[in-house]
Ligand binder design. Structure first.
Ligand code: PEP
Ligand code: MG
Length: 322
């Protein structure tokens, strides 16, 4: 099987009925790029920049971040690279920020919430991103967006830093797509409105599932509620994809679900444009998608959306997994 997959490294991902989807990789550091290219990644769908901030005693400088972003953009040679701004908090702590302990860190001061308040730190990262933008096909993504106001504020800071850089005589790419993670139910529900202002969505199912089911993704005792194939999750995913397409935007997914063979038939049927997963899952996913017809998966997904339980959804997909 592994040998069969290896033949697909340079293939693009086209369904039996001729529809292309993009298979991208999630990375945490520039060194991960080797794995992405070896496994035939068509892009980077999620670069988790928090690793630049972790395992050290102070914030990374603009230069350090610029160097990392430039390496990734150059390494991907013009293929799309979605870089997510800092998503710290929740399960990921930064000791040197000395933030007060919270009762519910996953519902607390994290990601974009923290960045919009700690603006110096955020602006430094935005400058590094903007400066790196000329070295490849950069797309910038904001994490944990719950309201349009948050998105607008983050975008305004980015625009301010861009204008400052230009005034300093630095180069910035003319067009940079700016998108958001959809990982909070309010944003999925309001996706039609968001789609008018963002350039793309990437669905973060790791968090979207935990927030929709109100089940901590780290807590074994409630893990039975962590159900990617729940019709409720599929409906949210559909809302996001349909909202994007209605505005001519694209929708991807960078949560674990995107690389899951039971989920892939449904996601294909719902019209997902980009699947971002760990590099080691890409070839297996490609070999699966090459054997599926998008039109057939659309029928499957439509049925699943009307199902009542997660088990029904799992049963329905079994025949497509071989
Ligand atoms: C997600 O929430 O699905 C996601 C991709 O982000 P992270 O796992 O980094 O929270
Ligand atoms: Mg997340």
């Amino acid at each position: 099987q592994k040998a069969e997959w290896a033949k697909l490294v340079n293939e693009s991902t086209i369904t039996k009925d001729g529809e292309h989807v993009e298979l991208a990789a999630n990375i945490g550091k520039p060194e991960d790029l080797t794995g992405v290219l070896e496994n035939g990644g068509e892009g980077v769908g999620l670069y988790r920049t928090e690793f630049l901030y972790m395992g050290r005693t102070q914030l990374p400088t603009e230069e350090e971040q610029f160097a990392a972003f430039k390496t990734v953009l150059e390494g991907m040679e013009g293929k799309p690279v979605v870089i997510r701004t800092l998503d710290i908090g929740g399960d990921k702590e930064l000791p040197y920020l000395e933030l007060p302990k919270e009762m519910n860190p996953f519902l607390g001061f994290r990601a974009i919430r923290l960045c919009l308040e700690m603006q110096d730190m955020f602006r430094t990262q935005l400058r590094a991103l903007l400066r790196a933008s000329i070295y490849g096909n950069l797309k910038i993504m904001f994490p944990m967006i719950a309201t349009l106001d948050e998105f607008r504020s983050a975008k305004a800071l980015l625009e301010e830093e861009k204008q400052k850089l230009l005034a300093e005589g630095q180069q910035v790419a003319e067009k940079i797509e700016i998108g958001i993670m959809v990982e909070i139910p309010s944003t999925a529900v309001l996706a039609d409105q968001f789609a008018k202002e963002v350039d793309f969505f990437s669905i973060g199912t790791n968090d979207l599932i935990q927030y929709t089911m109100a089940a901590d993704r780290m807590n074994q005792r409630v893990s039975y509620l962590y159900q990617p194939y729940s019709p409720s999750i599929l409906r949210l995913v559909k809302m996001v994809i349909d909202a994007a397409h209605a505005e001519g935007k694209w929708a991807g997914m960078c949560g674990e679900m995107a690389g899951d063979e039971t989920a892939i038939p449904h996601l294909l049927g719902l019209g997902l444009d980009e699947f971002s997963m760990s590099a080691t899952s890409i070839l297996k996913a490609r070999s699966q998608i090459l054997r599926l017809s998008k039109a057939e998966m659309k029928n499957l997904a439509e049925k699943a959306l009307q199902m009542r339980t997660t088990n029904e959804v799992i049963e329905a997909v079994k025949e497509f997994i071989k």
